[in-house]
Design a protein around this ligand. Structure first.
Ligand code: F6P
Length: 539
């Protein structure tokens, strides 16, 4: 299966040229800039109900944000005028919406019951099959076959008592998603398995791990969509050399490759391979073979539940009216804050330690997807796109950077993620944790008066509160899919290609040029700073 042949040619108006954008600008100048959430609550006892929404597995309270009914209505107009719904439908139905790479965007097809494979959208799939038989016709069957093979392998390894350590070697989307999910689902984890994630080309990472492993009880997963990423291939070569040096022989049993480039994996010497497709973006790939560490950790059934939770959110995104559609709300709020309020970043505060890698995961999702300065036609944009995303688990963040969130000169919208029930039985902790999450959101909004004093909190600092009932495979799947789709919505309004990542290429090319110079000392053509640093590094 390769790229689709149906190009996506949207007939859309750029967002800043729509009537809704002008109306939003006028509304912001008239009342949005001075909007005070406290006054809004005082004026409207129904505000919590009006600005909260139950989506599959995720409840969201947006009422503490600087938004009123008019702004929301105008933002929904903006989504309409930018063709967000048509763009979303184009993704689900397989059009090549990743225009710069002329590929469809198919991570939603990897989940259970993807909308594209149900009801009316089946027709669209069939039409893709007609025009590009290598894509859609056998697609569902091949996706299902691959999933079954991967899950059967996961169960076989889980049943093998000899394998105690699983080492995932991958970077970016081939690391962050599986690592985040394995940690998030630690309560469901296999008690007798240790998982390690090696991503950095910095040898300190792998060198610190290897002495703790034994070749006969270790499974290395080489995870790379392209199987060319220099960090991953360097780590994989070192792992293979260590394995051989320790007397390891059975490569087929102790190495598996997760990749779209099965041929390259075989050339590398790995015969146990699980493939996926170029229409699965790296940062959207944990649902594919890249998710094997998750399946190894929680088992086949739980992995299916993860997919099903994501699928539930897909159904919501695909079919709920935009006015009651949570990914649409969040994506539009992001646009409101970035382009009208001028907020430059968003803080993500997961109040659950198992979600400690969620900020890192969402950094790639948000900033690699929407950190773009041109539209899909390559025209320079006159407005801002992706915010900086950052965060740490609560309550740790409270004792570090929350000072700045409460009293700094910048306003940073905070997104709390909390889980109603704990998966441990320690007394007192969870109540205190939740109390802290609520208190921080309350303090950001309410502030505290001490005019002129150091104890003055201005308040009116916006936050969103996402609440899961329990941290389960299904709710995690839904939470991740929610974030994927909200990034889709803001990227769609901004008119950018959220699915390419050309911005990471230049550094890779320059690193390849510089690496041999560290040995040769050749500084020809280098700028003065790089040449000076090169000389220093060579000692
Ligand atoms: O450098 C960026 C990137 O291409 C990401 O988009 C991707 O997730 C990561 O590198 C890893 O790529 P691969 O899975 O091909 O090794």
């Amino acid at each position: 299966m390769s790229g689709a042949s149906i190009p996506y040619l949207p007939q859309r108006t750029r967002c800043d040229r729509t009537p809704a954008w002008q109306a939003l600008r006028a509304h912001f100048e008239q009342s949005g800039a001075a909007f005070d959430v406290r006054q809004a609550f005082a004026a409207d006892p129904q505000r919590f109900d009006a600005f909260s929404l139950q989506a599959p597995h995720v409840f969201a309270d947006l009422s503490k944000n600087r938004i009123d009914a008019t702004a929301l209505a105008l933002l929904l107009d903006l989504a309409d005028q930018c063709g967000v719904a048509a763009h979303r439908d184009a993704m689900f139905s397989g059009a090549a919406i990743n225009t710069t790479e002329n590929r469809p965007v198919g991570h939603v097809w990897l989940r259970n019951r993807p909308p594209a494979l149900t009801n009316a959208a089946c027709d669209a799939i069939d039409s893709i099959a007609d025009s590009s038989p290598d894509l859609a016709g056998p697609m569902a069957a091949e996706v299902a076959r691959t999933l079954e093979a991967m899950l059967a392998y996961a169960e076989a390894v889980r049943a093998d008592p000899v394998i105690t350590d699983v080492v995932n070697i991958g970077i970016g989307g081939s690391d962050l998603g599986p690592q985040m999910a394995v940690q998030a689902l630690q309560a469901y984890g296999h008690p007798a398995r240790r998982f390690h994630f090696i991503s950095n080309v910095d040898g300190h990472e792998l060198a610190a791990l290897l002495p703790r492993l034994r070749p006969e009880s270790t499974l290395f997963l080489v995870a790379s969509k392209t199987f060319t990423t220099i960090e991953t291939m360097t780590n994989a070569r070192s792992a293979r050399a260590w394995f051989a040096a320790q007397g390891g022989t059975d490569v087929a049993r102790h190495f598996a490759a997760l990749t779209t480039n099965v041929a390259e994996a075989r050339a590398f010497g790995i015969t146990t391979t699980f493939g996926f497709w170029d229409w699965v973006g790296g940062r959207y790939s944990l649902w594919s073979a890249i998710g094997l560490p998750i399946a190894l950790a929680v088992g086949a059934q739980r992995f299916r539940e993860l997919l099903a939770g994501a699928s539930d959110m897909d159904q919501h995104f695909a079919s709920a009216p935009l006015a009651r559609n949570l990914p649409v709300w969040l994506g539009l709020l992001d646009v409101w804050y970035r382009n009208f309020h001028g907020f430059t970043s968003r803080n993500l505060a997961p109040y659950h330690s198992a979600l400690r890698r969620l900020p890192a995961y969402l950094q790639q999702l948000e900033m690699e997807s929407n950190g773009k300065r041109v539209d899909i036609a390559g025209q320079t944009l006159p407005y801002e796109t992706a915010p900086v995303l950052w965060g740490e688990p609560g309550t740790n963040g409270q004792h570090a950077f929350f000072q700045m969130l409460h009293q700094g000169t910048d306003v940073v919208p905070v997104e709390f993620v909390a889980v109603r029930t704990a998966s441990h039985t320690l007394a007192d902790h969870h109540g205190l944790l939740l109390a802290n999450a609520l208190a921080q959101a309350q303090a950001l909004m309410q502030g505290r008066a001490d005019p002129g004093g150091h104890r003055h909190f201005t308040g009116n600092r916006p936050s969103t509160f996402l609440l899961l009932d329990a941290l389960t495979p299904a709710s995690l799947g839904a939470l991740i899919a929610l974030q994927e789709h909200r990034v889709f919505v803001s990227g769609s309004v901004w008119g950018i290609d959220s699915f390419d990542q050309w911005g990471v290429e230049l550094g890779k090319v320059l690193a390849a040029d510089i690496a041999p110079r560290l040995t040769s000392g050749d500084a020809t053509g280098l700028d003065g700073s790089t040449a000076g640093l090169l000389a220093r590094l060579r000692g």
